[in-house]
Design a protein around this ligand. Sequence first.
Ligand SMILES: [Ca+2]
Length: 278
Amino acid sequence: ITGRKQIGFLSLSSQESFLANLKAHRLALLPGLCWSNLLRNWGSWPSPQSLFPSPAELPEGCHQLFLAGQRSSGVFQVQPTGSQPFKVYCDMTAEGGWTVIQRRLDGSVDFDQLWDAYKNGFGDLRGDFWLGLEKIHHLVQEGKYNLLIELEDWEGNSQVVQFVFSLGGESTAYTLNLLGPLSGELENAIGEFRQLPFSTRDRDHDLKADTNCAKHLSGGWWFSTCGHANLNGKYFRSIPRQRHERKQGIFWKTWKGRYYPLKSTIMKIQPAALETEP
Ligand SMILES: [Ca+2]
């Protein structure tokens, strides 16, 4: 509302100053221009905004930014087709740009959030964050994307999982569709289900009828029957003593097991059919 008021104020003041200029320079009687016409057309004057050139086109994602020559990682503004601009963290490698959609590094952000938070995103793009399902959906709507998941344990080991996917919109509860086999050494924690809707404590879309997986565990995730994976669980530095707490950690069952709380996770996306530099 403030913005609109300001635009109104600016357009009024620019019209006033234009008239003042006309008077000052005694240009009131230009050919074809008379005061009554000027006043009658008051409302149809172009707004000051339309007089300025439109801002430079934003990249649709990090790989497009990479193709445009950006080589260092960091936070950048992007604008996928049909979306408002928003900020993302770009992880630039030698081969291309990855748009980071999730990161867990130190437990500084509470991931036990409800549907709207998972829809819109939360956290700090330079630290722990969830980009937001709506933004991820906009980023991948143009085609097939690779999802690369990097996991790290507390002994300095790491693992990667990668697969091609698409993500439906909110009307599908942001259903994750696996479009190909998983690569990497880890399988089955997501891969045995070809389609999984997203669930949070307040929106149970999981595959376990008598349980709310998000409530039973923690956070929001593409839960199947609760026990396969949850990278948005609670951040623990050691295995909790209490059994109910143990279930709430960040885990990927087919690597370190159901109750091992992972040290760090990163999820990032990139177009599956990579455009390369000319
Ligand atoms: Ca359920």
